[in-house]
Design a protein around this ligand. Sequence first.
Ligand SMILES: NC(=O)c1ccc[n+]([C@@H]2O[C@H](COP(=O)([O-])OP(=O)(O)OC[C@H]3O[C@@H](n4cnc5c(N)ncnc54)[C@H](OP(=O)(O)O)[C@@H]3O)[C@@H](O)[C@H]2O)c1
Length: 220
Amino acid sequence: MPDGSPDRDKPLVILSFAASLDGSLALKQGHPAAISCDESSKAVHYIRSYCDAILVGIGTVLSDNPQLSVRLVPGDNPLPIIIDTDLRTPLETRLISDGRNPVIFCGSKASNAKKEQLETRGAEVLVAPENDRGLSFLFILKTLYDRGIRHLMVEGGPGILRSFLVEELWDKIAVTVAPALLGGYNLLNENSLRRVIKFNDVQWLTAGIDQICLINREQL
Ligand SMILES: NC(=O)c1ccc[n+]([C@@H]2O[C@H](COP(=O)([O-])OP(=O)(O)OC[C@H]3O[C@@H](n4cnc5c(N)ncnc54)[C@H](OP(=O)(O)O)[C@@H]3O)[C@@H](O)[C@H]2O)c1
């Protein structure tokens, strides 16, 4: 996978998510939904296997209890990164109990006691500055780059993906489009962008009954 321009100080960011035909990522916010078929799930694990780290928000950790592994393909599991302002990450969540030693970014007011509990269980907790959307992704990306992360997969949920899209902090998108209707929790709402964004540099891959759209960032 290309590293992008040689003068970058941030990892190459790949936004990855699965959506229904109506653009929903979940039936309801906070409830997991199985959207992808086996073949597209495997393709996503394949992309994961080329990444150094996978980033998710606390909403996804609480609702999906994800593994963020490459269990469907050969390869090493990427480092899990959790965005969690108030350190709500449960001590029993899989990313902790499976010994994945996630990096958790929190805000400056997060509880020191919870920080110690998470660190005792192998997590690394780092404080990030905040902006009007939440924790600063620019700071987080630069911190990850300084720690050797060159390819970062951002797997949601919608709250996190929206910030990366609106702040234009992405290089590629891999969206799995499933032939399903959910009428649920969408990536964007009518006030998210306020303009049409049409991509020209795209590839469509068939994976079982799903289609995976690979988008390369251009000057928007
Ligand atoms: N279909 C898919 O591909 C897919 C993938 C993942 C998740 N999901 C679904 O999506 C839902 C969870 O999504 P979600 O939107 O509720 O949660 P999320 O995107 O996982 O996390 C959002 C949370 O991250 C924290 N945050 C901190 N800084 C932020 C920033 N700069 N920008 C945005 N968020 C920031 C905020 O919580 P704090 O203030 O507490 O830090 C915010 O509420 C679940 O239903 C899950 O099943 C679907």
